[in-house]
Write a protein that binds this ligand. Sequence first.
Ligand SMILES: [Zn+2]
Length: 302
Amino acid sequence: MFYLGIDIGGTNIKIALISKDYEIIKWKKFPTPNNLLEVIIDEIQEFVNENPIGTIGVGVAGIVSKEGTVIESPNIPSLNKVPLASILQDKFSIETVVENDATVATIGEANFGEGRGFHRFILLTLGTGIGGGFYYNGRILDIPMEVGHMTINYQGKLCSCGNLGCLEVYASGRAIKESLIEKIENGESSQASSLYEGSIYKITPEDIYNLALDGDNLARQILKEAGKCLGAAMASLINIFAPERIILTGGLSKAKNIYLETAIIEAKKRSLEGLSSGISIVQSNLIDVGSLLGAVFLVRNK
Ligand SMILES: [Zn+2]
């Protein structure tokens, strides 16, 4: 018997075939399409045709009800109000659980990753948007921890949620991309202008990170600024929740130099010394698969 773990993000979808011992047998990743539901059903069908599947665990970037309905997903609006768990369960007659993506990633870290052995840790998912999960005294706190919508500049830029100055408009993958495009349009120079035959809207946060590593000044400056904003938000999380550890995951957390490094320095500098001195802030060792393992762990231990 095998299990399917699925992670639906604003930029990419990942699906993994997982063994009963939580070994990843195979996995695939593809860009989040417009006809998302249709594509996910087709992809699951392919796995179901080839393997006996016991249960399906799904993580979605958004707020999810106990019944597995996506209540609100600012980065994947086509899933708003979609009863995803019951649609998949009806279609495949396989027990399916749908949860918030950061929650399942936290379950993954607690059981298989950098969270093992810790009583109190916070996980931040850094991708198109920013999410969070909180592990406290042996269990995941059952709250939608929308860290990305923490206000870090009360008179700041408008966020997709309607608030001004959310963390997500300064430190997410989308923010980094938009910031670069805006600066290039305002005449600042970057090697990014020559990528994709000058079609700068196609640039990804990963491209920007690679340019920064190559020494592109504008890319470096943008990642540094985003890292400072993330660090300021982490300082608030440290001061409020006193975690033993903060684990950083999601596609953007691969940008270890410049972005993560700046964020970690800033977080330690800004938080209360009594709380920050013993804390470790680390990059996940399960960046691509933590949420998939966590989603399967959740559904199997339900
Ligand atoms: Zn917001």
